[in-house]
Ligand binder design. Structure first.
Ligand code: 5GP
Ligand code: MG
Length: 175
């Protein structure tokens, strides 16, 4: 039997603040893409909670979602540095918004943006819930950022530690 809560998650950003920020970001995105058929490309699984809350705050009638995945993490909190990408959507001529849970070294977003750019899209922006600028390696920033956080490993609200804790309603830190 597995031990429960061995890492003692402590809330860093609570659900109410996450929801309020999603509403603000959704409205900003809706304003910026008014009249356009926006293609939202969330990177699973980390972005699953964030994108679900975010798109419900973007009242654009032509919005479409295409789920993709990118993984750079090996076991635990150690990044392998290599990024594996799933098949990307047919997005030629479309404005695309990539959505991810967290911008850390930036390698993931850089790889995804490079792949999308070569797919002939009309415009590309990125949106992340969390930004850890102190860890950046790739020369990249996100166009929409929910919260800038210090260099702590976070879990919950989609973010995992070895597959666990994605279902926690708050973004938490573990010791
Ligand atoms: P990057 O390629 O920018 O280094 O990392 C981006 C990916 O690494 C994120 O999409 C996320 O899956 C994972 N990641 C980076 N920092 C954290 C963290 O603090 N907690 C968790 N759970 N995943 C992280
Ligand atoms: Mg991720």
């Amino acid at each position: 039997m597995t031990e429960h809560n061995v890492h003692h998650p402590r809330p860093l950003i609570r659900a109410e603040r996450l929801r309020a920020r999603c509403r603000q970001m959704g409205r900003a995105i809706a304003r910026d893409y008014a009249g356009q058929d926006l293609l939202v490309v969330p990177l699973l699984g980390g972005a699953f909670c964030f994108v679900a809350d975010l798109v419900r705050e973007i009242p654009l009638p032509g919005l479409e979602l295409h789920f993709a995945s990118a993984s750079s993490y090996g076991a635990g909190t150690i990044s392998s540095g290599r990024v594996q990408l799933s098949a990307l959507p047919d997005c030629a001529g479309r404005p695309v918004l990539v959505v991810d849970d967290i911008l850390d070294t930036g390698r993931t977003l850089e790889a995804v943006c490079t792949a999308l750019t070569s797919a002939g899209i009309s415009s590309l922006r990125s949106c992340v819930l969390l930004d850890k600028p102190s860890r950046r390696i790739a020369d990249i920033s996100a166009d929409y950022v929910g919260f800038t956080i210090p260099d702590r490993f976070v879990i919950g609200y989609g973010l995992d530690y070895d597959g666990r804790y994605r279902h926690l309603p708050d973004v938490c830190v573990i010791d």
